[in-house]
Design a binder for this molecule. Structure first.
Ligand code: UDP
Ligand code: MN
Length: 305
């Protein structure tokens, strides 16, 4: 009897262990099948560029303000990579109108095709930066002004305007915060001014100064403020001025809006959070191009366009 009971225990144990092993094997097998299928799908798709809609398919909600995003952009190796990253951020935000202004005499095929495939509502403009000595210091200025002109004429209130450079990094929560800007809203910007962040100083929910290495009346980067659309429409003279000293374009622009420090609306949890970073894309190294393409007429452009 004792032997039988022991043996029974053994059998039950073997049964349990056996079932467990079968279960493990079956699940691994199932996972394996999935992996094989995924590989098949990948192989089938390989070589074909996924078809994307040519025109945007975005539904606008009627009960929330529009966000007009102004992006200056110029031709360079990483341009499409930067624009792609930004467009994928903007896809996550409703009621976005993306105004992309090329720093060029003519609109390029690359940006045109890119925008048509972006699934975003966009406005494609171009304005070349004048060929002056300090051209680099006034980068983005002519383009942003061109967008402001378009906005004053065509943009639909209620709304907000934000100047978003193509190489920065944006947490989508900042768009929901800026959407309801009454006059001018402000928030911290990460990785700028030689600091971990530059930020408005806030006391009792009011901006009282700036955490900065480079003091100005409004010590904010382009990525750190948004303007109410109606305010920009009302004061028709406001523009980015190339005559402002380097680094003063933002403060000069905000001053023209007729606001004081105490009028600023602090966002991002009273300016205690960084939701935008002034990241900069490293210039790509393509020094080996000449080694692989002997043909002098070779241009790698078509692969991007
Ligand atoms: N930009 C431009 N023309 C130029 C250089 C820059 O339109 O010749 C654009 C650029 O694509 C970006 C914005 O202007 O959206 C600011 O330029 P950048 O990011 O180079 O400035 P930084 O990061 O140094 O502030
Ligand atoms: Mn930049």
């Amino acid at each position: 009897m004792v032997w039988m009971a022991k043996n029974n225990h053994k059998e039950i144990l073997i049964c349990i262990v056996g079932s467990f092993l079968l279960w493990v094997y079956f699940n691994l097998y199932k996972e394996n099948i999935k992996i094989i299928e995924r590989t098949k799908v990948f192989r089938a798709g390989h070589g074909n560029i996924a078809k994307v809609q040519e025109r945007p398919n975005v539904e606008n909600k009627t009960d929330i303000p529009n966000i007009y995003i102004v992006t200056a952009t110029y031709s360079r190796l990483a341009q499409k990579a930067d624009l792609t990253r930004l467009s994928y951020t903007l896809r996550l935000v409703p009621n976005i109108h993306w105004i992309v202004v090329e720093d060029a005499d003519n609109k390029t095929e690359l940006v045109r095709n890119f925008l048509f495939n972006s699934k975003l509502q966009f406005i494609h403009l171009n304005k070349r930066t004048p060929n002056v000595k300090n051209r680099w210091e006034i980068r983005g200025i002519s383009q942003r002004n061109e967008a402001v002109r378009w906005i004053r004429q065509f943009a639909q209130t209620p709304g907000v305007v934000y100047f978003a450079d193509d190489d920065n990094t944006y947490d989508i929560r900042i768009f929901e915060e800026m959407r309801y800007t009454k006059n001018v809203s402000v928030w911290p910007v990460g990785l700028v001014a030689g600091l971990r962040y530059e930020a408005p100083k806030v006391s009792n929910k009011k901006v009282v100064g700036w955490h900065t290495s480079f003091p100005r009346k409004f010590s904010t980067d382009m990525a750190g403020f948004a303007v109410n659309l109606q305010l920009l429409k009302n004061i028709t003279s406001v523009e980015f001025r190339a005559s402002a000293p380097p680094g003063h374009h933002e403060t000069d622009f905000i001053q023209q809006l007729g606001v004081e420090l105490s009028d600023l609306e602090p966002l991002a949890a009273n300016c205690t959070k960084v939701l935008v970073w002034h990241t900069r894309t490293q210039k790509p190294n393509v020094n080996n191009e000449s080694k692989v393409h002997q043909d002098k007429n070779y241009t790698s452009d078509p692969i991007e366009v």
